[in-house]
Unconditional design. Structure first.
Length: 333
């Protein structure tokens, strides 16, 4: 889900390039943040190490992109799923050190910064990611207390969440992730559900793309770009916009109670910087999927960027949050 292209405003639609391509400073006028955007080159993966990779394989998400999207993520996450989660956590047997929360593909730690202050009691967060720099940032910037002032502690683990097992989650109170499901395959989602169910811990999996985007004012090319982007999301066996349904089915088949709730980004003039980066990634992925769209898409993107800069564009990017309440280990209800 990355877009390492570099372009200038008014220039061509970005042609995705290799992850090692140098790019302009994200603070320069018109620069595109490397690793930003909702999509990327075929075969690329997010910062979670889902497959074997060389030791020097670069991170797929730039910290600047994660920082840019964090306020929109926080505003979008489904608060309605918190009460059933709090009830489940409150009914867990007491553990020394409090709840143990595994955050998969933690990036810069935005999930912990959002969720930890909304939960009562002591918490120990275990942050998983493939990028040691992001892990360091997440640990340093993590919250230090919960909703009731109880202590929050953290540790980091660099590794492959696609190989997560029930044994690795032994003693877990909760598994969390953001924007992860849509870059997994069916096999990986089944494995994640099985690991959580085997450990008897709930899972809060947020901000999975739903495959629907609304732009105001509308444009005749909106739907075609969206279809091409969704097809791009499904490359290489990834589930893309089908992932949240697949995850709900996988958890349900293992006896979990599953709740789904919409969590859309609602981007207006106040989020123009995020909208610009998102647009470039969204259109760039569509063009990579369907190169014959390039000429039309170049004009389309330039028009959309001008409207964004003028404060005339609003975008709703639909996501879905999933809460899976797995049966506690030992069969307790």
């Amino acid at each position: 889900m990355t877009n390492p292209a570099t372009t200038k405003p008014g220039g061509p639609v970005p042609a995705p390039t290799g992850p090692g391509t140098p790019s302009a400073s994200p603070h320069a006028p018109g620069a595109v943040i490397p690793g930003a955007g909702p999509s990327g080159v075929s075969g690329s993966r997010p910062t979670v190490k889902l497959r074997e990779a060389a030791p020097d394989d670069p991170p797929r998400y730039a910290p600047e992109w994660l920082e840019l999207r964090e306020p929109a993520d926080a505003a979008a996450r489904a608060h309605d799923l918190l009460d059933p989660l709090r009830i489940r956590l409150a009914n867990l047997p007491g553990r020394p050190g409090g709840a143990v929360i595994h955050d998969l593909g933690c990036g810069t730690g935005s999930m912990g910064r959002w969720l930890a202050p909304r939960l009562d009691g002591a918490q120990h967060w275990i942050l998983h990611d493939r990028d040691p720099y992001l892990l360091h940032f997440a640990a340093v910037a993590s919250p230090r207390s919960g909703a009731d002032g109880s202590r929050v502690s953290v540790e980091t683990r660099r590794g492959d969440v696609a190989r997560l097992t029930a044994d690795a989650l032994h003693g877990a109170s909760l598994v969390t992730a953001s924007a992860l499901l849509d870059v997994l395959t069916q096999e990986e989602i089944d494995a994640l559900a099985a690991a959580c169910a085997g450990a008897g811990c709930p899972a809060l999996l947020t901000l999975s793309v739903a495959g629907r985007v609304e732009l105001t004012p509308s444009h005749p090319l909106d739907a075609e770009i969206a279809r091409a982007f969704n097809d791009h999301q499904r490359r290489d066996g990834l589930l893309g916009p089908d992932a949240v349904t697949a995850a709900a089915e996988a958890f349900s088949a293992l006896g979990a109670t599953v709740r789904l709730h919409p969590s859309p980004w609602r981007l207006g003039p106040e989020q123009a910087a995020l909208t610009e980066q998102w647009l470039r990634g969204w259109v760039g992925a569509a063009v990579e999927q369907r190169p014959e769209l390039r000429a039309e898409a170049e004009v389309y993107l330039n028009n959309r960027l001008r409207a964004c800069a003028a404060g005339e564009l609003r975008v709703t990017v639909h996501h879905t949050d999933l809460l899976a309440l797995c049966r506690p280990a030992g069969g307790a209800s």
